[in-house]
Every structure is written in structure tokens, then in C-alpha cells.
Design a protein around this ligand. Structure first.
Ligand SMILES: *Cc1c(COP(=O)(O)O)cnc(C)c1O
Length: 495
């Protein structure tokens, strides 16, 4: 049976999976959601024996029903190959009383690779299926990790171009170096004078600009999005929760149907929403633990039912979570409103107007699966040090936010349900903050000296992604104001 997608903001646009992936965002500014969540009607013993690629196919075929078996398998094969430094793709490490699901073994050593290594293939396949002749222009706002992962995924992919906007002073030095050294004639990287939310709003405004769309069309271009608002990113993220559960079961860490908790360091709410979808497919997940850093807008939301972005934007050592408008939350709001597009639209216009909204009591009761909390900068650093000293395992700052929140959760609830912590970045990507947390004696070391020291103390080899940028040349140096973003794009396209 064909699964269709509709917008979270109106009833009148129904599209196929491939069309939803092509468009990224619905015409009314809403996000595409499946009209129902498919059931994971496959035995756990069967899943337990499968490779990552096989699990990926089982999950994705239930969502992307207009792709043929051959098309989907080819996309999966091209995505999850030797770009990953382990055949397991997403290995699990047991440490300090939890299971760390390492989602950082791809080309750019952050979890964004899990979805962005397949999105270009899903997208170019979708273009063929829908007879799109235009060149696809990917516009992306990044808090650091999406940008590089998208660039790596789309570089030199025929029929595509990609422009990435990042907050000039809001990413780590390694993140910035990874992006500005990107090769590929179809790539452009731009720093903006503003924060991530400014970059994201600027990109959204371009998507909604009908005049720009018309002049692009004339020149043979159309926009699409690689941000986690694209359903083609969300679905591949469901895969690793199913895979992790199946591997824990295969390795006798859990019994059949035993419920697990999932802890996710959260920014744009994409990763944890994927876990929520996995749960709704029937995967035995109990609590979804949403971990925030000092930008704790989601913690306040889960506590009070009120979402309020009117607050100071705080730069932290987990920059990929420095976000005050979590775009994917809209998909959850829509669902807990009983798939009511009118109600959702009303709340989203409050958000873009006054910057806040409040959900009803009945919607609040639908949030019982979620637990939200946050970790301060001190708590984040402390947990990195503690886990390193107790177990020799080094985690990055984002994963540490989750680890810290998980400890708070256990202390508060006494819930001893086994937990999977989404480990979203390699510590190498945030080496400075990680090493500072472990010992302040590393203060005086240079960036790459620090990398070598991290390798020495952790016993983990320096990843290829880091080696690559040691001596790489800077190829992108454009910086612009937020209101100059459209001009930068049209210039790049030669319009
Ligand atoms: C993007 C990112 C996050 C946040 O994920 P969301 O899906 O935006 O909630 C957390 N950690 C790292 C390392 C990331 O790159």
C-alpha cells in the first residue's frame, strides 16, 4: 500500500515520499509527515540477524513506498559503504552503566552522516522518478555538523549544487576548518554575521520566496533542503534505533520485547523525533529522554507545556545543540494535536510572531513518553572527566550533555531500565572542549597537538576526517549579513 505525506499546516497537499523528499518543505511552510506511521511488522529474531544495510531497507521501504526495491537498495548501498570506518556502521559501546550508540563513524565524524550519506541518493533518484530536469540547489543552515555532512554527501553529485550557511562565530574551529576546506565545484560555504537561528530563518525565507522561486525556475534551478526538516533525513535516522535494539537483543543484553530507554542530545529535535517514530512503529522503547544544554527551551517546554524562544541565545561547548527554534518539534506538536493541521498552524504562527505558544492540557498528556532535562557547562565537562577517569572512554561534549541528563533522570526517577545513549559526535570533533574538561593542563596546546594527545590518552586512532584537514587549504571565505543571503545564492548560481 502506498504511504503518502501531507503538510503539518494544511489538509490540501498530499504528495508521495519522493515528492516530499524533493520539496523538503511544503508549499504552506509546513513539514511533511506520513499520513500514518507504518508498523514494524517483522520478527525481532529476523532483525537481529541483519546487517545495518538490511535493517535500513526494512525500515525505509515502509516509509518510502514509491521507491522500487532496486532503487532503495542502490541508495542504501551507495550510502553505507567504506565511507564508514566500521562494517557495523553504528557500533554500540557499553560504558558507565549505559549503551553508547556511536553514530559518528561516517565521513565527517558526526551523526549527521547517518542520514546525509543517503539523502543525495534519495534525492537524485526522486528527481529522476518525477521527471525533474532542473538542477537541484540544496540550501542548508548549519550549527556546524549538518553543513559538513551535507557538503560531503553532495560534493560533485551530478545535477546538484549546495550552499551552506553557518554562524561565523558559532561553530568549533575543527567544524569551521572542515567546511571551508570543502572541495567540489558545486559547493559553496558562507559564514553569516548572526547565530544559527538567524541562518535557519534566512534559509526558510528563501524557500518561501515565490519571486525567487520563479526566477530560479527560469534559469533551470530549484531549491531543496538537506536540513532535518526533510523527511529524507528523518527516516534514515529511525534505522539506527531499530538496529541498536536488534543488536542488543542479538547480543543477549536485553530479552525479547524488553523495553529500553533512549537518551538523545537534542537541538533541532530531529534525532529524538526519529526515536519517537521508531517507538510508534512498535519498537519497545519506553522513555524518550530529551537532553538539552544551557539553551534549555525544550526542557522548559516539557516541564510547562509552554514553548518560549524569547531568551538569550547561549554559545556553549555543544554548539550543534545551540538552538532556540527546534524545527522538528512541529512534527510532534502536529501529532499530539491529533494530526490537526489547523491547530498546529495556529501555534506555529504564534511562534513566528510573539515567539511563544502554549499547548493544551490534553496535548500535554500526550507527552508522557518524554522526559526533558538539561546539563550546564560545568556538568557537561564534569561527566566527560568522570567517565574518562572511571572507564577510559572519552565522549564528546554533545554526548556528555546526554550522559549528564541520563544521570539526573536516574537519580530523580530511580528508573533502572536499560538505556541507549545516542553518541552524536566523535570527541575529535570537539577536542579542545573535551580535553579542557579532562585536565586544564592541555590549555596551551595547539589544535592538532591536542588531537594527537587525545589519541594518546584514549587509545583511539585519529579519524581520517581529522587527518584530512590538518594541511588542507581554505577554499571558501565568503562572509555576509543575514539579509544578503539570497544575493549570495543567486550570484553563486550565476543568475
Ligand atoms: C545535530 C547534532 C545534534 C542535535 O541533533 P538534532 O537532530 O538537531 O536534535 C546533537 N549532537 C550533534 C553532534 C549534532 O551534530
Amino acid at each position: 500500500m502506498e504511504l503518502l505525506y501531507k503538510s503539518t499546516r494544511s489538509e490540501n497537499e498530499t504528495v508521495t515520499a519522493s515528492q516530499a523528499i524533493l520539496k523538503g518543505l511544503a508549499d504552506d511552510g509546513g513539514l511533511f509527515v506520513p499520513t500514518e506511521i507504518p508498523v514494524l511488522d517483522i520478527d525481532m529474531d529476523t532483525l537481529a540477524a541483519m546487517s545495518y544495510q538490511q535493517v535500513a531497507y526494512e525500515v525505509m521501504k515502509r516509509f518510502f513506498t514509491d521507491y522500487t526495491e532496486e532503487e532503495l537498495k542502490r541508495c542504501i548501498e551507495k550510502a553505507y559503504d567504506s565511507k564508514f570506518d566500521t562494517d557495523e556502521i553504528a557500533p554500540i559501546v557499553k560504558a558507565d552503566g549505559a549503551y553508547y550508540l556511536e553514530l559518528f563513524h561516517g565521513a565527517t565524524i558526526a551523526f549527521k552522516d547517518m542520514a546525509l550519506s543517503i539523502l543525495p541518493h534519495l534525492l537524485t533518484t526522486a528527481a529522476k522518478k518525477n521527471n525533474v530536469k532542473n538542477e537541484i540547489v540544496i540550501l542548508t543552515a548549519t550549527s556546524g555538523d549538518t553543513g559538513k555532512a551535507a557538503l560531503a554527501g553532495f560534493a560533485d553529485v551530478e545535477g546538484t549544487r549546495i550552499v551552506v550557511f553557518y554562524p561565523k562565530d558559532g561553530v568549533s574551529p575543527i567544524q569551521e576548518k572542515q567546511m571551508v576546506t570543502q572541495k567540489g565545484a558545486n559547493t559553496m560555504v558562507v559564514g553569516i554575521n548572526g547565530n544559527f537561528d538567524d541562518a535557519q530563518s534566512g534559509v526558510k525565507a528563501m524557500f518561501n520566496d515565490k519571486e525567487l522561486e520563479a526566477s530560479m525556475e527560469k534559469e533551470g534551478f530549484q531549491f531543496s533542503s538537506a536540513n532535518s526538516i526533510n523527511i529524507g533525513r528523518l527516516v534514515p535516522q529511525i534505522v539506527y534505533y531499530v538496529y541498536a535494539y536488534a543488536k542488543l537483543y542479538a547480543n543477549d543484553e536485553i530479552s525479547k520485547d524488553e523495553k529500553i530507554n533512549v537518551v538523545v542530545p537534542t537541538g533541532n529535535f530531529g534525532n529524538i523525533l526519529a526515536a519517537y517514530y521508531a517507538k510508534n512503529m512498535g519498537l519497545p522503547i519506553d522513555k524518550l529522554i530529551c537532553a538539552s544544554n544551557d539553551n534549555k527551551v525544550l526542557y522548559d517546554f516539557f516541564r510547562t507545556g509552554s514553548y518560549d524562544r524569547n531568551r538569550e541565545f547561549i554559545l556553549t561547548t555543544s554548539p550543534s545543540m545551540d538552538i532556540l527554534i527546534s524545527s522538528n518539534l512541529e512534527r510532534l506538536i502536529y501529532r499530539i494535536a491529533g494530526s490537526d493541521a489547523t491547530k498546529n498552524k495556529e501555534l506555529m504562527s504564534l511562534l513566528s510572531g510573539s515567539g511563544k505558544y502554549e499547548i493544551t492540557d490534553s496535548m500535554k498528556t500526550e507527552l508522557a513518553d518524554f522526559y526533558g532535562n538539561y546539563a550546564s557547562e560545568e556538568e557537561t565537562a564534569a561527566v566527560i572527566k568522570q567517565i574518562y577517569e572511571d572507564t577510559n572512554y572519552v565522549i564528546d561534549t554533545h554526548t556528555a550533555v546526554a550522559a549528564s541528563v541520563y544521570k539526573k533522570y536516574k537519580a530523580e526517577t530511580k528508573d533502572e531500565t536499560k538505556a541507549v545513549i545516542a553518541s552524536t559526535a566523535s570527541p575529535y570533533k570537539f577536542a579542545r572542549s573535551v580535553m579542557d574538561a579532562i585536565d586544564n593542563k592541555y590549555d596551551s596546546m595547539g589544535d592538532f597537538e591536542l588531537i594527537d594527545e587525545l589519541s594518546r590518552i584514549s587509545g583511539v586512532e585519529v579519524p581520517q576526517a581529522i587527518e584530512e584537514i590538518r594541511d588542507a587549504k581554505v577554499l571558501h571565505d565568503t562572509v555576509c549579513e543575514v539579509d544578503e543571503m539570497p544575493a549570495v545564492v543567486t550570484k553563486f548560481l550565476g543568475m
